[in-house]
Design a protein around this ligand. Structure first.
Ligand code: IYR
Length: 228
């Protein structure tokens, strides 16, 4: 390694049994996570959202430029505007107003088991929407000029940590990705070098919330891993 400023690597040393038990325990809790499409309007503590965003901000990322921004939307007016813009895109996607959907037949078939359509009431019902922006440029100073690197990878990992933390805190989430999402940049007053990546809807499930049975089918370890 070339000479550079360093600090010691501090990581608690765990006995193997504890390592295994902790990994298994977190796996079992993450296995309970489901994408939620039916939210109650019950408020949730702002401190949970803040902690989850701070957790997201620890994600490994390109050159430590931390190329993300999390716009937290709680005002009913803003949520309504976002719902209206998102539903307009979704109606085009599903072809609800026109003869021909923007989505291919193959794509619409793939969504059949989820039962989704252009109606997105949860964008207004849920107490918080977190609009996640990927900063194509900006560096640590967010100057809008410095090149950022591995932006999608970095922000994708950050979203994983965000969702895992919110789940650990007992909150339900939905990653929602209307396409295109350009309207979010304006709604959240973000600069043109930022790309909206997803909306993370956060709250508590409504009393009658369901999840598609299809969502419970998870690939086994033997299918998702190979050991060389
Ligand atoms: N954005 C649409 C469609 C959609 C696409 C995929 I891939 C999903 O996994 C779920 C939905 C919608 O939210 O309805």
């Amino acid at each position: 390694m070339k000479d550079h400023d360093t600090v010691p690597y501090a990581l608690e040393r765990l006995p193997d049994e504890d390592s295994i038990a902790r990994a298994a325990a977190l796996r079992d809790r993450l296995k309970q996570r489901r994408s939620c499409r039916y939210f109650s309007d019950e408020p949730v503590p702002r401190a949970v959202i803040e902690a989850a965003i701070e957790a997201a901000g620890t994600a490994p990322n390109g050159a430590n430029h931390q190329p993300w921004h999390f716009a937290v939307i709680e005002s009913p007016e803003k949520k309504r505007a976002i719902r209206e813009a998102a539903e307009a895109e979704e109606r085009r996607f599903y072809g609800q107003d026109e003869d021909k959907p923007k989505a291919s037949d193959e794509w619409l078939d793939a969504l059949d088991d989820l039962g989704t359509d252009a109606d997105k009431p949860f964008l207004e019902t849920a107490p918080y929407l977190i609009a996640v922006f990927a900063q194509r440029k900006g560096g640590i100073e967010e100057d809008g000029k410095t090149q950022n690197y591995y932006v999608n990878e970095s922000v994708g990992i950050a979203c994983g940590l965000l969702i895992a933390t919110l789940h650990e805190a007992g909150l339900a989430t939905l990653t929602h990705t209307p396409s295109p999402m350009g309207f979010l940049r304006e709604a959240c007053e973000r600069p043109e070098w930022e790309k909206p990546l997803m909306i993370v809807v956060v709250g508590r499930p409504s009393a009658d919330a369901t999840v598609p049975a299809h969502a419970l089918k998870k690939k086994p370890l033997s299918q998702i891993s190979s050991w060389l």
